[in-house]
Design a protein around this ligand. Sequence first.
Ligand code: B3K
Ligand code: ZN
Length: 864
Amino acid sequence: MTESNKPQAQYLKDYKAPDFLINHTELTFDLLPLSTKVSALLTLTRVGDKKAPLVLDGIDLRLLSLSVDAVDITDYEIIGEQLIINNLPDSCRLSIVTEISPETNTSLEGLYLSGGAYCTQCEAQGFRKITYYMDRPDVLSTFDVTIIADKKYPQLLSNGNQIDSGETQNGRHFTKWQDPFKKPSYLFALVAGDFDVLKDSYVTQSGRDVELALFVDKGNLSKTPHAMTSLKKAMQWDEARFNLEYDLDIYMIVAVDFFNMGAMENKGLNIFNSKCVLANQETATDKDYHTIESIVGHEYFHNWTGNRVTCRDWFQLSLKEGLTVFRDQEFSSDLGSRALNRIDAVKVMRTHQFSEDAGPMAHPIRPEKVIEMNNFYTVTVYDKGAEVIRMMHTLLGEQNFQKGMTLYFERHDGQAVTCDDFLSAMSDASGINLAQFKRWYNQAGTPRLNALQSFDKDSNTYSLTVEQLAPLNQPNNEPLHIPFAIELLDANGHSIALEYQGKKIVHVLNVTQSTQTFNFDNISSKPVAVLLEDFSAPCILNQQTDEHALLHIMRFARSDFSRWDAQQQLFINAVKANIKSAESIALSDEIINALRVLVVNQQGDLALIAELLKLPSFDTLAGEFEVIPVDEIIKITQQFEKQIADSLCSEFIQCFESLFDDGSVSANAVAIRSLKQLCLHYLAKTQSIQAAGFIKDAASSSNMTNVLGALSAAVKASHEVCDELLNHFDSQWRHDVLVMDKWFALQAMQTSENAIENIKALYEHPCFDFSNPNRVRALVGSFSHFNTPQFHRADGQGYSLLGDLLIKLNAINPQNASRMLTPFMSWKRYDKVRSRAMKQQLERIAALDGLSDDLFEKVEKALA
Ligand code: B3K
Ligand code: ZN
């Protein structure tokens, strides 16, 4: 690639308001697989420079005609991916007719035909693959859409309300839709297909009737009730907690099997990946149920945070995504277990986000430079973005936070705005100064905190010094405003009331300086401190807490999250200590005993107990080391698991047998299943006859959580029953691709020496399809993320497998390729042999002819 044809970056600092507005957009689609005609009629008004040309974006379009106020024009040029029209009047109607080919569009962006249905994906910049347009989020327009298609597609859907339908003269049919709300092009949607529909309705808090409709592939109706219930819960929750009500008369969700991500919040017409909609007890796990509820909620919540108020430019993506993730996390926490939801969120942060923030793709939650926008739908923008909103919520409190939300909507409803506008609303409504807090939006990297504690028994003073260090990869970062939550426990495990400078304080300290000391008076004996309680800020905390103190926290902390956190730290410390000693690898008796107490007593939430008994993932442990000791981590964690399994075998058996699962979806039944699965996981490692019996029993259950728990325990323990169970699953579920994704994932996690040949053979399986992102991720994504021993084989074969796949996907679906590339991004953190082998794969990709912008941006950064 020469300098001149290298993809160009866009910069936040170069933002310029548009020269034209599109007040109204009329679109007519005449759908045909290879030659869909798109007629666009745009009502334009000049608002900027008198001489400025109109610059429209367009990719892979065949321009058929162009006219202004019904007169054909020639004063235009097409340069690269832009149509530039000169000398337009200050207001006019521009008509553009183009032709596109949905059937050959395998990128799953723009308008595409797959799985027998036409559907669209326009965020971030897919609308330009449909017609020439000002494809930017700050151009808001009303839309009227007419869809004409063959009658084999009975449902023709778009945003807003259906205002007309009928037959055309040539035996086709049409519908016409009108969306009264102004929206940017990225929220446009069209679907044409033959679906089964689940209908329902919802009465809003102000008494308006809303029709709800869920469209799924034929034969899947039995898998729709959970998503519909989730939608109604989300509508109700947003009214109760945020006082936000739905605004159109109809809310539609369509589930499709070919989709790049989880779902898309198009106004009034959400499009979902079928795996985030379809579920019943036979085909989906409890975790799937939870994910579906959360994603249905997330997309619904976007109706206000994203659609009614949208982003000025794509650098502001966290304005809608960070905030909406925060909202969906709160939804899940209000409806279910707050602690378990917090644990899940923090796992994502500590593994994926911290590693992104420390690597070549590190960016602030508001990035400043982007080549391919799709590369910035990241754990940083989404999940760290949500943590930033959560910190604001912690600093302001619920009441002030809600006042801030109300002010934000009062000021900006119907606008495209920036993260600064959000911060101003929060600060103005609460009276709390967020000037320093704003740095969270501009600084990449994970802040490191050192906590130093001392206790003076003569003055009964406990002192805590918190030191902020800039991230290693961002040495110039300035100190942040960090809400630092703490609890002090006395020797009996009771919480100590805190006084700071003679006053009772709430548990959140405002850390704002590089080094800051907090002295607490009237502390009668040396406390055990729970620091950064509930992960109150997305930081790496370095504290010298010994095993005794961690066990005390694990038993007594008021925050269940912090109990889990202490247990994780115990495991992490044990792994580190064993790497150093390298002799007999073992967890201490105290830790084993503490685990035993959990299994035997079964006190509190059983699902939390299951979490407390799990070792940290490979990725979590890897994050603790500068150079990742792959073989040592694998060896030590395997030994620890075997030790736990052998030491607590009879307790696990007893626990497993004593828990009765009534097969329902109640929180209690879900918790029981999760603890039973955990028992099976360890019991499988004992290879006992009894374990084989339990596994086979669970595998024949009619509940997918049990089945998958059994199979995954068997696979992870390389149990002798493995092959038999996997073969049976294949023959039982071949008709259901979504269920087969679970099977592909299990296959990918097998650690036997022929794992790679096995995966290559599975490329030929009748259910496998390289053009379907779900299939590719289930098989190869699971392999590269969860099969550590085989993916990180020292001979590099695991890396070659992924490299080959990326080269193939580059041509089929660049977005999916780019996502699948992630494991290679941290190549520098591995030992010489492994990092060289990963680098070779990156170099192979860099040298590709026709390298997509998506891969180019990441590979270039990785190799820099
Ligand atoms: N906004 C979409 C994601 C779009 C991704 C574009 N590559 C789903 C969501 O976050 O709700
Ligand atoms: Zn979102």
